[in-house]
Design a protein around this ligand. Sequence first.
Ligand code: CA
Length: 532
Amino acid sequence: MYRITNLTTLSCLILFQTWLLKADKPNILFIFTDDHAPHAIGAYNGWLKSVKPTPVIDKLAKEGMVFVNSFCTNSICGPSRAVIQTGKHSHKNGFMNNGNTFDWNQQTFPKLLQKAGYQTAIYGKSHLKGEPLGYDDWAVLPGQGLYYNPDIIFPEGRKRIEGYCTDVVTDLAVEWLNDKRSNDKPFMLMVQHKAPHRNWMPALRHLSLYDDIDIPEPPTLFDDWKDNAPGARVQELEIDRHMDLNYDLFVDLTPNFNQPPSQKRQDRSAWHNMKRMSAEQLKAWRDHYTPRDKAFHEAKLSGKELVRWKFQRYAKNYLRCVKGVDESVDRLQKELKKLGLDKETIVIYSSDQGFYIGDHGWYDKRWMYEESLKMPLIVKWPGVVRAGSRNTDLVQNLDYAQTFLEIAGAPQPKDMQGLSLVPLLKGEAPKDWRKEVYYHYYEYPSVHMIPRHYGIRTKRYKLMHFYQFGNEWEMYDLKTDPDELTNIYGNKKVEKVQKSLTNRLKNLREDYEDDSDVSIRPDYIQLYRKKS
Ligand code: CA
């Protein structure tokens, strides 16, 4: 009898300890997408807000905190993820551009969360190559992944899963919440979608969405980059000259998809994606696009009208992919609620960088200009974050690792380079919060031909240095010129500000120990000329 009571007491004690551990340490559901610009989220009030592209994410924002000054450190997919894993800038974590392979043996936040008693899992797009370390459970897309019937790499091997990628990844996460989640540990679940990455293939159920409206045009659709450094004129991401009618916008591609792209510079990922569809999916796709392509040919558009048409098809497909993501955010939250986990789970929505949705006449990312520098960050933390709050402090993906660690009550390693966002989430206003952010993009020569550059952004100003083609600088006053159309570098009126920014940028480079090669490479501009 005594033994039974003793055992009962012991199990009660264990249960109490488990409860205490879980009460102290909330779960984290981290929903992360690829290339979802803040201005394509209703809650950010950008020029696309009238389209209401994200009702679910907007509701999350109403229940949580929106970070309006949220920036990446290097605007490209893999590097952004590496920064998040390590809490270190690209030059420190070694993943400076998409061609690199991430060193999974280095210190990462999920490994530290595991030590702090968390169960960790990642599903969807990792984009860091290699088996993800620091995760109890995982299943990731190989490389960029495919939109339809994607292959997924599981610990036990690679498997094709039928369906639309955003839905497939959501299914895997829902399955994990139900079947693999431990009741004894708090969790970190990362759900990372491929969408809305190029080549912007929506789910079949969303193909006709927005058919009845015109998407508003960005104010800078016909920017001629007169004030930008030469880099802006050697890029290859214009809707006009570089967005491919077939492989980016599916014009006439649907009946001819069995032929690979004929030109070297066309994006083959589109072809791989189309080839992957089942006969039924392909039929639905053809049925949708064929009459619209016919109308397009009959209209014989050219010049600005052609750009406008391409913008409409592109923006609609992009926003249709976003719709799939929005539905995933809904499903995941409903699952949390069903499982009784919603009150003890922090829900975070973010994406690896921003994107040009016709802004400056472009698509893609990479630049330090606002549309691709910004990344969405919305955090719902029941009982902690004030519902409907908007934070204007300067925050970065560099801060996520330390934020997760503080949430878990784990120590923050001294060699991490960010700041925990927990004080901001609690509504505090730390006096010594950073006054500027540092940026450095490295991937040149490469797809889209965006030259390397680094820079500083404060709440009001931005100073950028394009160093490969010469000693080129750009400076913008974001208060008077939010679209960054007038380069004020060298303007006498802002001499003092420019001097101060130059010094602060130099200090930032020293503080973050960025000693990467910033030498002039005149041969690179020749390389571009040869290509074109
Ligand atoms: Ca991306």
